[in-house]
Design a protein. Structure first.
Length: 516
């Protein structure tokens, strides 16, 4: 039984003392009322009160007592119905058997106000990593199984003295007795390790991780809601730093969160008001003499900060869900540009978040129909993260896209651990060698050996091999001799706005039509 329920029951009983006291007083009054005729009998002017009168007085008193107790019971039931009593069913999360948000908040407030607050304790917030992928890929039934199992593991790891709750969705909370950074980090490490163990769902192992933010509370008088906000900021910092981490709150986090929220509002406005633009970077033949196509890259033209690079906002867009709208904007503008220049293909990066949407192939089909671009001239660049999260779902989506006639390129090849198996299993047309290998050509022979292997592998599998990040003539000569098919990098041109790209490469018609 969670500790919240035990302490909540004790506190609820303590609150009934005044009700019991009132009942005792009423009984005393009834006894006195029933004895009134005997008292009057000792007086010279004793009234004639029959026994029926005595019974009536007793009955009226009993009714009053009953009504009082019923009113008290009704109040208790109403409070429980609102989630006010932690020890009632209203305070328990049905899925996990842990306390729910209402019960946890009430217990936390009572701890801050009561004697326990004289001793240090730690507020811990836990958010599951990659839980949405399980819901999307396996269904909500699988998600429920995972949540229930995580609840069991948290109860076991945190121990009977902790108060553990599910706050909602995939977010959990715990109040752990004691403090001290080393002690708390050790406890959080145990929590994360236990949650990370595989969970069986219908005979298949699924994995989730845990990001943890915590705050040490060392005395009474703290504001409950403010302490929760601080722990939440620590949790966000854990997710921001790469997930799977435990992070303690510090004062700087308040300022960081405020800046992020401002940045998020600005990005949301940019998507709606058209501040997101598309720049194009040329992709040429291996000899560098003929333009084959271009890669479309998102740029944010902020109203007063100027140009903001994708590395500063793409991740935020993925975390907030804005990536779907942003990706749609980039895809539409890229296709509108490419349709003006027959013979050239356009490559568009696709986020793993976009690929998880079941209707993504339909969105691509709609854009192709709207712009009139030949599907064979569209290349969608994905990373292997798309395939790691849910290989079967990713395979189905890629087959649907290939069914439209679209080409698929595997981007950043060589930086992951499972790419070789994906090349065999998934419908890939192009292999894009990660720029880090090209840039490392200047550092030694190892990079050259790796590039030879990657290019030969791609050619043996019948794939077009593209090298990106080419900055020098020496890079280009090496890759050309190694058998690379296509090249991209600053040596051939930086990403520029559509109009400038058209002028640089002598393309017609006038690019002003693209902005429409």
């Amino acid at each position: 039984m969670p500790a919240t329920i035990t302490s909540g029951a004790f506190l609820a009983l303590r609150r009934q003392v005044w009700g019991v006291t009132l009942a005792v007083v009423l009984v005393a009054v009834l006894v006195a009322a029933a004895s009134l005729p005997d008292w009057f009998a000792d007086l010279a002017f004793a009234p004639d009160i029959p026994w029926a009168g005595r019974l009536a007085v007793v009955a009226l008193g009993a009714c009053a007592l009953a009504l009082g107790l019923l009113a008290r019971l009704a109040w208790m039931l109403a409070e429980a119905g609102e989630g006010g009593l932690p020890h009632s069913a209203a305070g328990i999360d049905d899925l996990t058997g842990l306390s729910n948000r209402t019960a946890f908040y009430r217990a936390f407030g009572q701890m801050l106000a009561g004697p326990v607050a004289r001793h240090a304790f730690t507020l811990v917030l836990i958010d599951l990593d990659h839980f949405k992928e399980i819901n999307d890929g396996h269904g909500h039934h699988a998600g429920d199984i995972v949540l229930a199992e995580v609840g069991r593991r948290l109860r076991r790891v945190c121990g009977p003295e902790a108060q553990v709750a599910r706050l909602g969705g995939d977010e959990f909370a715990a109040i752990l007795p004691g403090g001290g950074a080393s002690h708390v980090f050790a406890a959080c490490s145990l929590i994360a390790e236990d949650i990370a163990r595989p969970i069986l769902v219908d005979g298949k192992a699924v994995h989730v991780g845990a990001s943890i933010g915590f705050l040490e509370v060392d005395g009474p008088g703290g504001d409950r809601d403010e302490l929760m906000r601080r722990a939440d900021r620590a949790l966000y910092a854990a997710k921001e730093q790469g997930r799977g981490l435990a992070v303690a709150y510090d004062a700087e986090m308040g300022r960081d969160v405020a800046q992020r929220r401002f940045f998020e509002r600005e990005l949301r406005g940019a998507v709606l008001t058209g501040e997101i633009d598309v720049h194009l970077q040329p992709i040429l033949t291996a000899d560098g003499t003929r333009l084959l196509g271009m890669e479309a890259l998102a740029r944010w033209n902020h109203s007063y900060r100027g140009a903001i690079m994708p590395g500063e906002f793409i991740r935020l867009a993925e975390e907030t869900g804005l990536i779907h709208q942003l990706g749609q904007i980039v895809l539409q503008r890229a296709c509108r540009a490419a349709v003006l220049w027959p013979g050239l293909f356009v490559s568009v990066n696709v986020s793993p978040v976009q690929m998880r949407r079941p209707d993504f192939p339909d969105q691509v089909r709609a854009v192709l129909g709207e712009t009139g671009l030949d599907p064979r001239r569209l290349v969608l660049e994905i990373t292997e993260n798309v395939m790691i999260d849910d290989p079967e779902k990713a395979l189905a989506a890629l087959r649907s896209l290939r069914g439209l006639g679209v080409q698929i390129a595997l981007d950043d090849f060589g930086t992951g651990f499972s790419s070789l198996s994906y090349l065999r299993k998934f419908p890939i047309d192009k292999l894009k060698v990660d720029r880090s290998f090209v840039l490392d050509l200047d550092k030694g022979a190892e990079a050259a050996t790796i590039l030879h292997c990657v290019i030969n592998l791609g050619r043996a599998l019948g794939l077009k091999v593209i090298a990106e990040g080419i900055e020098t003539d020496a890079h280009a000569r090496f890759l050309r001799a190694a058998g690379c098919h296509e090249m991209q990098g600053y040596l051939f041109g930086r990403p520029v706005p559509v109009a400038e790209f058209a002028r640089a490469h002598g393309l017609a018609p006038e690019p002003a039509r693209v902005a429409a």
